[in-house]
Design a protein around this ligand. Structure first.
Ligand code: 8YV
Length: 329
């Protein structure tokens, strides 16, 4: 007798190749037109699915998990960050949570460099001039000047996989690497990156030209970059965030940019996505992107493969490779 295929409910449209493979392996309920999924749909999904595949746009909180049926055994998140899921409650209810680490590291690090360059060299301001109403009247020696990044100090907040990948790229651009982390990285990695460890985030912030946020959003990092800490930064410094909006106090940042108390900001993530603070939108010193850090077809296919491996391993009776435990957060 063949075993019943598990019902896997996927909340958003995934690349075709991923959906095709999922259809072959599982009994799937896909979201082919990628319509937004609300609380009621999520509740319905956890009542029926054996495996739920959510994304960053789905809030799997206590209220949703409390409605989960006994058949729900795995939440295989399509994404690395799991701050959209109440992992502790899931764990208490015997539901395993997995994520997709590693496969979006390089793309996210690329986007971090793109934002550093875009802010320092005023890429979006310059690009907007071409073809605009106030058309470009020609080159001038003192117009549209940005700042050199070569030789400047970069402070990385969170030296995990993505932070290290940012450091490697930044070093090649001639930036000096500094970092703050819960613990120093290995001596070998520190040596490779010629990186300086700062135990005190406050002290590092005060001395950097560029700050890159690369730590996950956890209860411990919520508003880690609060108004007090942002004020420690040099008025000429820029800050980029490709991690999670919640790590920075977005209102405080918007206020400081408006007042000219910071050099600029490059943000791929926001505190209340998809809403973006209107004061940031108006500010020419802010380069804003709609959460595109891992948005490459290669990355999204790799993420899908990781999700499939996690589900398959689990239904074959083994511990999925990317299990997230509450104590890892
Ligand atoms: C993904 C991300 O797009 O994986 C993450 O943590 O932030 C993103 O790059 C998103 O999470 C998909 O759910």
């Amino acid at each position: 007798m063949t075993k019943r295929k598990p019902l896997v409910i996927v909340t958003r449209k995934l690349p075709d190749v991923v959906e095709t493979r999922m259809r072959e392996l599982f009994n799937t309920r896909l979201n082919l037109d990628d319509h937004p999924v609300g609380h009621a749909d999520l509740v319905e999904a956890v009542k029926t699915a054996d495996v739920l595949v959510p994304t960053v746009t789905d809030r799997i909180d206590k209220a949703v998990l409390s409605q989960a049926g006994p058949q729900l055994k795995l939440i295989a998140n399509f994404g690395t960050g799991v701050d959209n899921i109440d992992v502790e409650t899931a764990n208490m209810r015997g539901i395993i949570v997995t994520n997709t680490p590693g496969v979006l590291t390089e793309d996210t690090a690329d986007m971090t460099m793109a934002l550093i360059l875009a802010v320092a060299r005023r890429l979006t301001e310059g690009a907007a001039v071409i073809g605009s109403d106030t058309a470009w009247t020609g080159w001038s020696p003192t117009w549209m000047l940005g700042h050199r990044i070569y030789g400047k100090r970069l402070g990385i907040v969170g030296m995990g996989r993505i932070g290290s990948a940012v450091a490697r790229r930044a070093k090649a651009f001639g930036l000096q690497i500094h970092y703050h982390n819960r613990r120093p990285v290995s001596a070998r990695l520190e040596e490779e990156l010629e990186a300086t460890y700062w135990e005190s985030l406050d002290q590092m912030l005060a001395r950097m030209d560029v700050i890159s946020v690369n730590c996950p959003h956890t209860p411990g990092t919520y508003h880690l970059l609060n108004a007090r800490r942002l004020r420690l930064m040099k008025p000429s410094a820029i800050i980029v965030n490709t991690s999670r909006g919640e790590v920075i106090d977005e209102n405080a940042l918007a206020r400081m940019l408006e007042a000219g108390e910071l050099g600029g900001a490059g943000l791929d993530v926001f505190e209340h996505e998809p809403a973006v603070n209107p004061r940031l939108i108006k500010n020419p010193r802010a380069v804003l992107l709609p959460h595109m850090g891992s948005a490459t077809i290669e990355g999204r296919v790799d993420m899908g493969e990781k999700v499939i491996i996690n589900i398959k391993t689990f239904i074959d009776g083994h511990t999925p490779p990317d299990r997230v435990l509450p104590n890892m957060i």
